[in-house]
Design a protein around this ligand. Structure first.
Ligand SMILES: [Zn+2]
Length: 312
């Protein structure tokens, strides 16, 4: 397929994405109520511009407290990652009866009620799956637990977003998923120099859209995604007009060459980013202009994977 395409995916995780940092004392103070409000505002925005999105959920994040209590997988058993318990901070919050930011089943409910969007997977507990840190037995447990959880919701996610954007255990993932979102080349490293490179790339006028995926063994790699600038910290200094110009260029290049613009964000970035909703509104408005003119296909990760596997 060579249709110019736009995909927007969201990593939905609350505190699970930063479970180790929370254990070290990082406390962003997000409440589950504020997160739900953010999801609802985002859904209204996507709806307004008729853009279906992919919402990749950490399964633990959308458990009800009753389910968490009944299962005990995360409240009682340790989950070793780099010599520590990945669930230590959650266990403390659970014991204190304060699961704000950790449990938010209403977020999944809001996405499902909105309709038209894809529910994708983002791990059971957001444990990174890179083989260097997580062995096959632990990865298998994560995959089995998330599959069991999604079955309770009557959902079988087609696509997966790797926790921390760290690919691993691909063959095993092929048993569960049709496609995965690979990291953008600049996102593989997490050191300070890489962060600076990513910031510089925000103002790079030569940025290019991603190549189309080709069919192959499952899971197939989707076009890599670029982070929609999170307007916090140093990234707040990048003016929204520059980000919009960058995305305008990316879309134009995608339409000129039949390539793909895949952007991603986290709903919680909209709690902390300055003018983050307005930035997304600008992006979706651009996308809508081109999609309504028939120049750009807007797809979910799942829809895109299906079109790669069965081109018409
Ligand atoms: Zn994540």
């Amino acid at each position: 397929m060579t249709n110019p395409t736009f995909i927007f995916s969201l990593d939905c995780e609350g505190y699970w994405g930063m479970a180790d940092a929370v254990a070290d004392g990082w406390s962003p103070g997000w409440t589950s109520a504020a997160l739900v409000d953010t999801y609802q505002r985002l859904l209204a925005l996507f709806d307004r511009f008729e853009v279906p999105a992919t919402w990749a959920f950490v399964a633990a994040f959308v458990h009800t407290p009753e389910e968490m209590h009944e299962r005990g997988d995360l409240t009682e058993q340790p989950l070793s990652y780099r010599g520590r318990d990945w669930t230590a901070a959650f266990k403390r919050a659970w014991a204190a009866g304060d699961t704000d930011g950790w449990l938010c089943p209403e977020a999944l409910g809001a996405v499902r009620r909105a309709g038209g969007h894809e529910v994708a997977a983002h791990g059971y507990s957001h444990l990174p799956l890179a083989e260097v840190d997580t062995d096959a037995a632990v990865a298998r447990r994560e995959l089995d637990l998330q599959a069991a959880f999604w079955a309770t919701r009557g959902i079988r996610p087609d696509t997966v977003v790797f926790p921390r954007n760290q690919p691993g255990h691909l063959t095993m993932l092929g048993e569960h998923f049709v496609a995965y979102r690979p990291p953008h080349p600049l996102e593989v490293r997490r050191d300070a120099a890489a962060r600076l490179l990513r910031l510089v790339d925000e103002v790079n006028p030569f940025c290019q859209p991603a190549a189309q995926s080709i069919a192959g063994p499952l899971p197939i790699p989707l076009p890599p995604a670029m982070l929609l600038n999170h307007r916090a910290g140093g990234r707040r200094l990048v003016p929204p007009a520059i980000t919009l110009l960058r995305i305008r260029r990316l879309l134009q290049r995608a339409m000129d060459s039949g390539r793909v613009v895949h952007l991603y964000s986290h709903p919680h970035n909209f709690l902390t980013g300055q003018g983050q909703f307005e930035l997304l509104e600008g992006v979706l408005s651009l996308v809508r202009t081109h999609s309504s003119a028939g120049e750009l296909a807007v797809m979910t990760q799942s829809g895109y994977a299906a079109s790669v596997r069965a081109p018409n």
